[in-house]
Design a protein around this ligand. Structure first.
Ligand code: CU
Length: 493
């Protein structure tokens, strides 16, 4: 395309890629080096585990798209010919590079939501997560196998029978670790005392909707039928079931679950229930019919058809397009209810209880919202669900769990033993200066090289200033609550 739009998009993605890459390295190093004492890797919450897997995916996937975008920039702005057929190059190179990045990227999108569901389900089933090691290792397995399936996006591009067969089998195989997770979640709920809070509803919604999308995904691994479905609405139906019914529903589950932790106020549960039902009905009305439309041959990204080929009765294209349009309105209304819920909650003066869900994991062992330094004293971890095990102990006679401390008592105990000095990372303006230099370089590449050099100098200057700063704030910046004598626990509860 002749306009500069693609170039802006390319360079914008490069800048976002730098952010993802540095964020990934930061989180990996933090998880490997800075866990609380006693928290071995197999006592780490599943959410943290899967976020770590995601960072490794980003660490290896971002460089691939970076290379692809560099090639594109050099082709478009500096006369290189990486994808030019007339010059003997092959545009398929772009598809390969894009999907070697692109397929791991879909796991970057879905695994955090899998982590959220793995935290929410045990809390509202009043049971520990079923098969914790299986959930963790199947997550890691997805992280590995996810690198060997990218060409299932390219079955129609003439790869040849051997490649197609290999990627078909690999794609069928990657359904296994995902199926393991779905079985573990189901067995977590099995026999539990289920509490259908809004967060729980969204998590159960994810399991059902993602499973539908997963099954249509497996049909794509069958190369002959995939060739038929390529670029039809069937594909659109599939990836909205996994990414809307999966990833987005997981995020909403997390919103309702952690809102009181982040902001100290509860989202309205009644409105939340309406929010959920409008979204789940709207989502199925919108994306469900697309299975039929795609199998009937309607190409994706198109909204017109000839009446003579629209099909009759149940398979009429016009009818299912109408259903999908109505569904998208229902879905929009559902999301609007969420925004209304946020506005109502923001105005409300009612504080959330310290432990509104009877939660199990460490993040609930501090005030809501958490203090700047998170914990008054770093907790020593002995169990996977550390907070739960501080509140409940097993009765030696009946072998049932009985409450030995309330959340308030656990927190007060932590505050009584507060660390006198807490080291905080030092705030810095230099990262902002550095970030401001990047778009200057990008604009320079598009319009004038001297401008790019100026941007480069800004970046160098910022790196220089940043690296000369102390990495830890002076001790006097923060005094623990024990040293200034205010009443312990008075601000909580
Ligand atoms: Cu894929």
């Amino acid at each position: 395309s002749p306009s500069k739009g693609v170039d802006f998009w390319t360079l914008g993605l490069q800048i976002a890629g730098i952010a993802s890459l540095t964020g990934a390295i930061n989180l990996i190093v933090t998880v490997l080096n800075m866990r609380a004492p006693g928290m071995s890797l197999m006592k780490m919450p599943v959410f943290t585990w899967l976020i770590t897997v995601v960072q490794f995916l980003l660490l290896f996937a971002i460089p691939v798209i970076t290379v692809a975008l560099f090639l594109l920039t050099f082709q478009r702005s500096f006369g290189a010919q990486f994808f030019d057929v007339a010059a003997g190059a092959d545009p398929l190179l772009w598809q390969h590079l894009f999907w070697i990045f692109g397929h791991p990227e879909v796991y970057v999108l879905i695994l955090p939501s899998f982590g959220i569901v793995s935290e929410v389900l045990p809390v509202f089933s009043r049971k520990p997560l079923f098969g914790y090691p299986f959930v963790v290792f199947s997550g890691a397995a997805i992280g590995f196998v996810g690198w060997g399936v990218w060409a299932h996006h390219m079955f129609a591009s003439g790869l040849g029978p051997v490649s197609v067969a290999v990627f078909s089998v690999a794609t069928m195989a990657i359904a296994v670790p995902t199926g393991v997770k779905i079985i573990n979640w189901t067995l977590t709920m099995w026999g539990g005392k289920l509490v259908f809070s809004t967060a729980m509803k969204f998590s159960v919604g994810l399991i059902v909707l993602f499973t539908i999308g997963g099954l249509s995904g497996v049909t794509h691994s069958v190369a002959p039928s995939d060739t038929q479905q390529t670029d039809t609405y069937y594909i659109v139906a599939h990836f909205h079931y996994v990414l809307f019914g999966g990833a987005i529903f997981g995020l909403f589950s997390g919103f309702y679950y952690w809102w009181p932790k982040m902001f100290g106020k509860m989202l309205n549960e009644r409105l939340g229930s309406w929010n959920f039902w409008f979204m789940v009905i709207g989502m199925n009305l919108t994306f469900g019919p697309m299975h039929i439309l795609g199998l009937q041959g309607q190409p994706r990204r198109m909204y017109q058809w000839t009446e003579a080929r629209a099909g009759e009765g149940f398979f009429n294209i016009a009818f299912w397009n109408l259903v999908a349009s109505i569904g998208s309105l229902v879905l929009t209304f559902g999301i609007l209810l969420f925004l209304i819920n946020i506005a109502i909650t923001a105005r409300s003066k009612v504080r959330a209880p310290l432990d509104p869900w009877n939660a199990r994991s460490l993040e609930w062992m501090t005030s809501s919202p958490p203090k700047e330094h998170n914990f008054d004293s770093i907790p020593h971890v002995h169990h996977l669900d550390e907070f739960f095990h501080r509140k409940y102990e097993e009765d030696p006679v009946t072998h049932t769990m009985r409450e030995v401390a309330t959340a308030e008592q656990v927190l007060a105990e932590l505050e009584r033993n507060a660390d006198a000095h807490i080291h905080m990372p030092s705030p810095s303006y230099w990262p902002l200066v550095l970030a401001a230099g990047l778009p200057i370089v990008a604009l320079g590449i598009l319009y004038s090289i001297p401008v790019a050099i100026v941007g480069g100098l800004v970046i160098l200057y910022a790196i220089y200033g940043w690296s000369l700063e102390p990495s830890v704030a002076a001790d006097s910046d923060y005094e623990g609550p024990s040293s200034n004598g205010h009443e312990v626990g008075a601000t909580h509860g």
